[in-house]
Ligand binder design. Structure first.
Ligand code: GLN
Ligand code: ZN
Length: 765
């Protein structure tokens, strides 16, 4: 028999109820009880939905007030010193202090760091472990939610982050660097927890160990074995070891030695998993196949999934198979029926979380059909499959998706398209004459403060309460002011301020063919923050210039160079829902051509310096080393397609932030941008080593101050940084700029900070 399961449901609520409640609670507008009620309502709705859809294994403890890794840290009492030293009135106060930091008259604590969850755009809080931590089990949340589900008639399958993944995601201080030492403390707590769950009537637990899809060291493999041997030896609940975001084939021997009851495989983002050698498994193992994409918004090809799983079930010696989404639906928007503006045809190709659990249920039902069943019993299944098949066919043939001009262009990419006329040394000479810039030139990264006023005007305009003329004249004034400001301060290369842009990806997506935007397709980014990624459904094509108006207007207010400002193809790809009917590479190449056309138009409009931002280049890096080379090769190519059409005298800049760059230094060099500006101040310039050790050959602007903080850097501090820079990198190839765009900052800080930056640079000159 085949069963159905879900690994986790989005917890923000179909209308972002949790976000609103959290923010009201934090600002003191509602009491804790009200927040808890909202949370409980969301859980109830989610469970009921899954129950109604016919899901057999429904998760609990997939809900979180903020983050599931933080929940796990609390469950294990992994609370760093600075929080235990303080007196928090309630456990919620402690929880949110760890998540967001807290500053009151008597408390001042910084939060845990935040970083990306594997290769997704979800951010988790990084646990901080040290010898001083007194690990102990704090199972209340998990047990409460298990019992809450029981009250509505569900024996749920609690979701727990496994000890190995928890440790791998944590930061250690120097007191205890050995993973094993921590593991020895954690494993007994996990065993205790499994015992408690058994007492409550729990049958299965879902233990998430996504690090099994990554490359593991021998030490980690040994630790895995030890940990699970000891956890499973006395456990009376069954363990569904859950992996996702890639294939586990490289760790199969480890997994078969772990004595688990069930194994979940991601068959979408690790399709190699379907080629697994089933004879390796004990025939009592329950195999869970994640065939419905939990990270994207397209309908499943039901016929194909059914065929695939059917042949899998037939050839296997396994008794029990489970169908499920590939990973938690945390990464998927919730309710497609709330979308009223998406083209009906395109909408028929889409599937959000509530649809995905229906897809899982249908696949299961069809797989369980037997010959004796009457067609009446399965009418709804056949109707659903029929509709699905038509939509899949229609999608593949639709002229909305296919643009032969674009497809042709991508098929005919030549060496010349990806390379500048001359190499950097040659170009640098030409640009030096053409641009006439001083040494240590100053610039900024693009955006200037997006004040409340700017956002208000935009939303008034979008709602039809402000005319186009009024809106544009407002933007024009803002642009003119910011040009005058930069001129006054004495910045060398100016920017237009990006006041017309809501978001660096959405702004371009809205003007390109092949993109649609949902009204309510929110996905949690972290805590109460959600993002609404653009949806790429078809061949990407640029019909009209996208940025020329504002740049040329800005240029008309000054004699200095104004940088053209574009978002790069990899970043647009990375921050969107992408097509699943062609490779990421092909989609990225299409975007690259759209940006290339824009670059050409900028040049014909006399723009001499063009910045193409690629802050997301690093985060697209695949989890396994073996896949990274390929990704970096096409990602670099896409940047080069976008940037290489210009003559030698045009200066191409790029910008990157939020990342460890060491690992991808080679790729950064290969981009062959004339100038790269890069976030550096928070890593106390450590990153410079990466650039100086690798003899970075082109120009570089390491950020000289942190734009994530309202703090104003004094002149002396920037000068010291410049001294360090000059000691490590060639003077003639250095630029002076902030870390990143200034859109989240206030005007007062920005003005003084930039003045200090310019003073520091010119005194140094
Ligand atoms: N040009 C963009 C800005 O300044 C870059 C943003 C980013 O790096 N995330 O806002
Ligand atoms: Zn940035």
């Amino acid at each position: 028999m085949v069963a159905s399961a879900n690994l986790g449901f989005p917890r923000i609520g179909a209308n972002r109820e949790l976000k609103r409640a959290l923010e009201s609670y934090w600002s003191g507008k509602i009491e804790l009880e009200a927040l808890q009620q909202v949370a409980k309502d969301i859980r109830t709705i989610n469970w009921q939905l899954q129950l109604d859809a016919g899901i057999d294994h429904i998760p609990s403890n997939d809900f979180s007030m903020y983050d599931q890794v933080l929940d796990t840290a609390i469950m294990l009492n992994a609370i760093p010193d600075r929080f235990t030293d303080e007196q928090f009135d309630t456990s919620e106060e402690l929880y949110f202090a760890m998540a967001r930091g807290l500053q009151t008259d008597d408390i001042d604590v910084t939060p845990l760091e935040m970083t990306k969850w594997f290769d997704t755009n979800y951010h988790y809080l990084v646990p901080e472990l040290s010898e001083k931590i007194n690990f102990s089990l704090n199972p209340d949340k998990l047990l409460n939610e298990f019992n809450e589900a029981k009250q509505i008639g569900i024996t749920s399958r609690p979701v727990i982050i496994g000890p190995m993944t928890f440790l791998k995601l944590s930061k250690f201080d120097k007191s205890m660097s050995n993973q094993k030492e921590y593991l020895d403390k954690l494993v007994p707590l996990y065993s205790e927890l499994l015992g408690l769950l058994n007492k409550q009537g729990c049958e299965w637990v879902q233990i998430d160990e996504p690090i099994l899809v990554t490359d593991l060291t021998e030490e980690e493999k040994n630790n895995f074995q030890d940990a699970y041997r000891s956890m499973t030896s006395q456990a009376n609940v069954k363990i569904m070891l859950t992996t996702y975001f890639g294939s586990i084939i490289h760790n199969i021997d480890l997994i078969t030695s772990m004595n688990i009851d069930g194994l979940h495989l991601d068959c979408v983002h690790g399709s190699e998993n379907l080629e697994i050698d089933l004879s390796k498994f004990d025939n009592s193992l329950v195999l869970s196949l994640g065939i419905v994409d939990g990270r994207n918004i397209w309908i499943n090809d039901l016929q194909r999934s059914i065929k695939l799983l059917q042949s899998f079930v037939n050839q296997s010696n396994l008794k029990d198979v489970v169908v499920s989404p590939s990973c938690s639906l945390l990464h998927s928007p919730i309710d497609l029926s709330l979308e009223n503006k998406i083209d009906e045809e395109i909408k028929s190709w889409m599937s959000f979380a509530t649809n995905k659990i229906d897809e899982v249920a249908v696949i299961k039902n069809v797989l369980n059909l037997n010959e004796n069943q009457k067609s009446e019993d399965v009418k709804s299944e056949y109707w659903m499959i029929d509709t699905n098949t038509k939509a899949i066919q229609n999608r593949s043939q639709s002229p909305k998706v296919n643009n032969p001009v674009v497809q042709d262009r991508v098929k005919n990419i030549s060496y010349d398209m990806k390379n500048r006329e001359s190499d950097y040394t040659q170009r640098a000479k030409i640009q030096k004459d053409a641009l006439n810039l001083p040494i240590l030139p100053t610039t900024t990264i693009g955006s200037f403060p997006q004040t409340k006023e700017v956002r208000q005007k935009r939303s008034q305009f979008k709602q039809g309460n402000l005319s186009l003329e009024e809106y544009e004249s407002f933007l024009l004034n803002a642009t003119k002011d910011v040009i005058e400001l930069q001129d006054d301060i004495g910045i060398d290369v100016l920017v237009h301020g990006e006041f017309e842009r809501n978001d660096m990806v959405e702004y371009f997506g809205e003007q390109l063919d092949g993109f649609v935007f949902s009204e309510n397709g929110w996905v949690q980014s972290y805590g109460s923050r959600c993002v609404k990624p653009p949806i790429i459904f078809g061949d990407v094509y640029r019909k009209n210039p996208m940025t020329i108006d504002w740049i040329t207007k800005a240029q008309s207010f000054t004699d200095k160079h104004v940088k053209g400002m574009l978002t790069g193809p990899v970043t647009i790809l990375q921050w969107s829902f992408v097509r699943d009917d062609q490779s990421r590479q092909t989609t990225c190449e299409q975007i690259a051509f759209a940006i290339r056309d824009e670059v050409d138009d900028l040049v014909s409009n006399n723009v001499k310096i063009i910045q193409i931002d690629e802050p997301a280049l690093r985060e697209g890096l695949p989890l396994k080393a073996s896949n990274q080379v390929d990704y970096l090769a096409w990602a670099v190519d896409c940047f080069k397609i976008a940037s290489s059409s210009v003559s030698d005298d045009i200066q191409i800049h790029t910008h990157m932030c939020y990342a460890e760059f060491n690992e991808i230094m080679d790729a950064i060099i290969k981009l062959d941008a004339d100038v790269i500006s890069i976030e550096a101040s928070r890593s106390s310039m450590e990153l410079l080593n990466a650039f100086s050790n690798n003899d970075y050959p082109n120009e570089i602007g390491p950020g000289v101050y942190d734009i994530h903080s309202p703090r104003i850097p004094p002149v002396s501090e920037i000068q010291e940084l410049i001294s360090t820079l000059v000691s490590q990198l060639p003077l003639e190839r250095l630029w002076i700029n902030p870390d990143c765009g200034l859109k989240t900052r206030g005007w007062d800080e920005v003005k003084v900070s930039l003045k200090n930056m310019v003073t520091a640079s010119s005194e140094f000159r």
